[in-house]
Design a binder for this molecule. Structure first.
Ligand code: AMP
Ligand code: MG
Length: 413
């Protein structure tokens, strides 16, 4: 893989270009399991799902009211009430001319009836029902297969089973679901300065936040994490950890050590024990992101700065993991919002600034910064509900200009 040059910062790969190339070098894992439906949340469908039944499987009422024949309804003529149809307790006789049946939402439509009239639109006197106002034939009836027809493809292989998908799978009566096996990812933090929560900080130390934060994102994606802990800035220890992880996991994610500092060994070791695909993206934050392989194991080297790590995880690693897991990702919807303040931006790298977007009084979207935009300031990342997509070649954004953004709340992070 050759590295590209872009005008202002030689050696930096434009983001979409790098992503495209990375995905072309990844293949889905093999291996699938059959799981009980209730254990399949967050797994990826290994096969298309076809509906074994019509949903709904019988005509039923969408309202509480009366089932009748629309042709029988004329001004102030009453219909004789001959029974009741409740959900789970159908009325087993026929509705004949001049008759009606009391019916509740979800109850089966009795034979002979073709229309439901809401109870709010009926007057009742001694078992005789008087529908008020005009009645339209077929009204308030849910038809068989109106939602899904037997044999119809409901979900394609590659669909992630979220709570909504799970709900539909349940409505089909499926007990067992054929899903891809979950990915196993090895997670490594590198840095002599890093400490675990609860440990005392010596001068110059900081707490490791990347491994916990990225680990949480992986967990929310249904991925099994092998936690390699914190590895010191020692090429021999890093080499050992990389080689071991590459045999144990479907992918290896590291943070730190990918810049050009004196203690940055990640890229060097990757070159020694594996092969580097590319290094350095034309993005901000996250420029030093590295991608490669150790043997067959894909390698993702996140920058150490926590914001850079999270943003490059989202931009690069999330789609890569989807490809590995056999998941079909839907395109991210991009929105346009008005900048309610100026945003600083230099041409050369695509800038994913952290923002707060909201609906204005006139209904349009407006965005402000979520706080300091340094890649070391994670609090603004936690505050943000969107990432701005400021194009690689653009400069400053003036107040009032339109900008592109993506929503990030409610995702996996
Ligand atoms: P590096 O990429 O190793 O040069 O690190 C860049 C910056 O990120 C430095 O300020 C590091 O201390 C910080 N950093 C590296 N790894 C972590 C981590 N796991 N959690 C929090 N900060 C980190
Ligand atoms: Mg470091």
């Amino acid at each position: 893989m050759a590295t590209h040059d872009c005008d202002s910062q030689p050696g930096l790969r434009p983001y979409l270009d790098a992503r495209h190339e990375m995905l072309a070098h990844l293949e889905a894992i093999t291996g699938s399991d059959t799981l009980a439906l209730e254990h399949s949340l967050n797994r990826i469908l290994a096969d298309d799902i076809h509906s074994p039944i019509d949903v709904p499987s019988f005509a039923n009422s969408a309202m509480d009211g009366y089932a009748l024949r629309a042709a029988d309804v004329t001004d102030d003529v009453g219909l004789t009430l001959i029974g009741t149809s409740l959900a789970g307790h159908p009325f087993n006789d026929r509705v004949g001319p001049g008759e009606c049946v009391r019916i509740m939402t979800g109850a089966a439509l009795p034979l002979g009836a073709d229309t439901i009239v809401m109870q709010e639109n009926c007057r009742s006197e001694h078992n005789v029902i008087y529908p008020q106002g005009p009645v339209t034939e077929g009204r308030h009836i849910r038809l068989p297969a109106e939602d899904l027809a037997q044999g119809e493809r409901v979900f394609a292989a590659g669909t992630r089973i979220n709570a909504r998908v799970l709900s539909v799978l349940s409505s089909l009566g499926l007990e067992q679901i054929y899903v891809r096996r979950p990915l196993t990812v090895a997670l490594i933090s590198t840095g002599d300065e890093l400490k675990n929560p609860g440990e005392l900080l010596a001068p110059g130390d900081i707490y490791d936040s990347n491994r916990i934060g990225i680990g949480a994102m992986l967990e929310r994606l249904g991925i099994r994490v092998i936690d390699y802990g914190i590895i010191k800035d020692d090429p021999m220890l890093i080499r050992q950890a990389f080689l071991k992880a590459a045999t144990e996991a479907d992918a290896l994610i590291t943070s730190g050590g990918v810049s050009v500092g004196d203690a940055d060994y990640t890229k060097q070791v990757l070159e020694e024990v594996g092969r580097i695909g590319f290094w350095k993206l034309a993005v901000k934050p996250g420029k030093p992101f590295a991608f490669g392989h150790i043997g067959d194991c894909p390698f993702f080297g996140l920058p150490g700065n926590p914001v850079s790590a999270a943003v490059t995880f989202h931009l690069m690693v999330r789609p890569a993991l989807a490809t590995l897991a056999g998941e079909t990702l839907k395109p991210t919807p991009l929105l346009q919002a008005r900048a309610l303040m100026p945003f600083k931006k230099s041409p050369g790298r695509m800038d994913f600034q952290r923002g707060m977007v909201g609906t204005q009084a006139d209904g349009s979207l407006g965005v402000v910064t979520a706080g300091a935009q340094s890649s070391a300031v994670y609090s603004a990342m936690a505050e943000a509900n969107c990432l701005l997509h400021l194009e690689q070649d653009r400069g400053n954004v003036a107040e009032g200009e339109m900008v592109t953004l993506e929503l990030i709340d409610g995702l996996y992070w």
